[in-house]
Each structure stands twice: as structure tokens, then as C-alpha cells.
Design a protein around this ligand. Structure first.
Ligand code: MG
Ligand code: ZN
Length: 375
């Protein structure tokens, strides 16, 4: 439960302090402004402008993307390659430096760097991570782990135990309980005051940390029948953080937009974008209703070199291809990542910092700037 401006005024009035001349110089709105800024950072892995565009052509209603008031673009290149990967991409966001491909939470010379999640935890923030793939996968791992290569899943899982993230949800059971070193990391989580669920999204316990590890590998994709996991996990996390005093930093990943691009599977990619947009709706509602919150949404890179073009169907009478005016088709130019500038959407306090065109690692600095401005 957070202290609202109205509650402060009511309390001061109750104590008869509002008329007191000694207190006159303390403007009431300064009391409200001292609450630290909470940040929800959402990454649609592989989500460039073409992927966002599919929400406008294939969705049933106006996408939640239309609710954003501040929009910018970032350049995704890593330290060496113009075309990055998800490890260097997420690490640029988490440590504020461009690094090499496959790097997790380390600089270009493989030195561990404090991540934004670790830094804010040190300042008393609650922390959260939600992913669709294994919780040790490159994007979530870049916020709590420090390893030279993204495939070091067992080491990354061990570092997750030490990170003491307050709420996390994703897949990757095998890296906890079927490890080469024989350790049982689930037992270690339980010894660290975690409510652990390996079956489903049970209600988070407010007096504990909460861990949801729900699949041996990744959680199923939308077309494989995932259901509403992303929106529900996000809602549960927001409810959990909201019940407690401290501000929070949470990263939520829509992981499989990227996988749809690699597979050149338009149905998979579009369904993942629409599911991500649904989760955006949950967070946008929360941010609009909650002062001192900021939502930043972006991607690490685009995947598939996607374009949205003319849709043709065979004309029965002529036997020739004919353009269908009210439809579009998705075209893939590659099964790899691409180098397009990537959109950044922001709403809430400090959202104006994210306008303009800048490098990917600037997003880290812009988030910290928004926090400092709120102080
Ligand atoms: Mg990812
Ligand atoms: Zn990828």
C-alpha cells in the first residue's frame, strides 16, 4: 500500500497541522513527489516496427500501442557487429554499455557490471522478471547474471538464486533440478523464503519472494496453447509489488516474437505480438492509475527482416494472381536478426526522456535519469 497525496493531507488535517505556520513552507505536493519511481520495462524480443504494425492489420481492436504518448527509436548494434543478438541487446539495456554478442551482464572485456536491477535492489527496490522462455535465457539473464556466454544456463540459474529477485516467472526447470552438478536449486529457493510453484500461476504470497518455474524448457508459444500466462503473470506481479511499501523494477519479456521471425512463421509472430499487446494493456491500466510509475517498451532488435506488403489471391475466373485490397501479407527477408532502428514506447512519469533517436545502451541511462528526476 502506497501513501497517496490525499492520504497525507487527510492525516495532516487530522493532526491539526495544516494551519500551523511553522509548516507553511512545506508544500504538500513535495510530499507526494518524494515517492520513488517504479519502472516496468517490457521487451518484445525481435519486435521492430513491422511486427508492431501487424497488431494494426491482424488484431481485432485498436492495439494498446496506440495509447503511448512518447515514442522514440534506438540503434541496436553491439560493440563489434552492426547486427546484434539478444544477449548483447539486453545487456546494453541492463548495464548501459554496448558489449559483445553472447555476453550476459558483462562488458566488452568480460568484466561483470552491476545491472540496473541489481543497482535498484541495492537502493531498496523490489525486483521482478517475467519471460516466456527459460528464465535463464539471454534476455532475462542479462538483468541478474554475469557470464561470458549466454549458453551457460546452469551457472546463470545458480546466479539467479543469489540475485534474490522478489518475483520471477518463466521456464527452465531442468536448470534447477536436473543439473550436471547434482545441486537442487529449488531447495535453495525454498531456503531463501520463496513461495515456489512449478505447476501454475498460484497467487503470490506477499510476505515471501515468489518463483514460478513452469516448464522444463520454454513455456509453450501462443499457437501451441499458452493461454493468458503473460498477462496473468504480469498482473500477479503488479498486485504483489503494489501490496508492499518499496518501489519496484520489473522486466517483462515477450520472448517468442523473435522465434516467429527465425521460423519465418507469420502466424506465430503475429499471435505473439497480439499477446504482448494484451499484456501492454494490463500494464498501461496500472501505470495510468498509479502515480510514480513509468512504463518503457522496446525490443533488442528486429527478427526476420519483416515487411508488410500486398496480399494476392488466385482469381478463379482468370486463373491469375490478383491483389486483394483489404488484406496484407507478411514477408520475411531473412531468418536472422536485422539492423533496423527499433521503436521505444513510454508512458508515465519521466516518459518524455525516451523521445528522439539514440543508441540502445542509452535506455539504461534514461531510466536512471527518470528515477533521479522523480526524487
Ligand atoms: Mg529473448
Ligand atoms: Zn533471435
Amino acid at each position: 500500500m502506497k501513501i497517496s497525496y490525499q492520504m497525507v493531507i487527510t492525516a495532516l488535517a487530522g493532526l491539526g497541522l495544516l494551519g500551523c505556520s511553522a509548516k507553511k513552507e512545506e508544500k504538500p505536493e513535495e510530499v507526494g513527489n518524494k515517492e520513488p519511481l517504479s519502472i516496468i520495462f517490457m521487451i518484445g524480443d525481435g519486435m521492430g516496427v513491422p511486427q508492431v504494425s501487424t497488431a494494426y492489420y491482424f488484431g481485432d481492436s485498436l492495439p494498446n500501442f496506440s495509447r503511448f504518448e512518447h515514442i522514440g527509436l534506438h540503434k541496436t548494434s553491439d560493440k563489434k557487429y552492426e547486427i546484434t543478438d539478444s544477449a548483447a541487446g539486453a545487456t546494453a539495456f541492463s548495464i548501459g554499455q554496448k558489449t559483445y554478442k553472447r555476453a550476459i551482464g558483462v562488458s566488452v572485456d568480460s568484466i561483470s557490471q552491476e545491472t540496473i536491477l541489481e543497482r535498484l535492489k541495492g537502493e531498496g527496490y523490489q525486483t521482478g522478471l517475467i519471460s516466456l522462455t527459460t528464465i535463464t535465457h539471454a534476455t532475462p539473464a542479462s538483468f541478474y547474471a554475469h557470464v561470458p556466454d549466454r549458453d551457460m544456463h546452469e551457472e546463470i540459474a545458480a546466479q539467479l538464486i543469489d540475485a534474490e529477485v522478489d518475483f520471477f516467472a518463466g521456464g527452465g526447470k531442468k536448470f534447477f533440478n536436473k543439473r550436471d552438478d547434482g545441486k537442487d536449486l529449488f531447495a535453495e529457493l525454498l531456503s531463501k523464503n520463496y513461495h515456489l510453484d512449478t505447476l501454475g500461476l498460484s497467487k503470490p504470497e506477499s510476505n515471501k519472494r515468489n518463483a514460478y518455474v513452469l516448464a522444463d524448457d520454454g513455456i509453450p508459444s501462443k499457437i501451441e496453447g499458452r493461454g493468458d500466462y503473460l498477462s496473468e503473470a504480469t498482473k500477479n506481479a503488479l498486485d504483489y509489488f503494489d501490496q508492499r511499501e518499496a518501489p519496484f523494477f520489473m522486466m517483462v519479456e515477450g520472448s517468442y516474437i523473435d522465434w516467429g521471425g527465425h521460423a519465418k512463421n507469420a502466424e506465430m509472430m503475429i499471435s505473439e505480438v497480439l499477446d504482448f499487446d494484451k499484456a501492454l494493456g494490463v500494464v498501461l491500466d496500472y501505470v495510468e492509475a498509479t502515480p510514480n510509475t513509468l512504463l518503457v517498451v522496446t525490443a533488442d532488435h528486429e527478427t526476420g527482416g519483416v515487411s508488410i506488403g500486398k496480399h494476392y489471391e488466385m482469381d478463379e475466373s482468370t486463373g491469375e494472381k490478383k491483389e486483394v485490397p483489404e488484406k496484407v501479407s507478411v514477408y520475411f527477408n531473412t531468418d536472422q536478426h536485422s539492423g533496423e532502428l527499433i521503436p521505444v514506447f513510454a508512458n508515465g512519469q519521466g516518459a518524455e526522456n525516451f523521445q528522439g533517436i539514440y543508441e540502445n545502451n542509452e535506455i539504461y541511462h534514461k531510466m536512471l535519469r527518470a528515477i533521479n528526476q522523480a526524487k
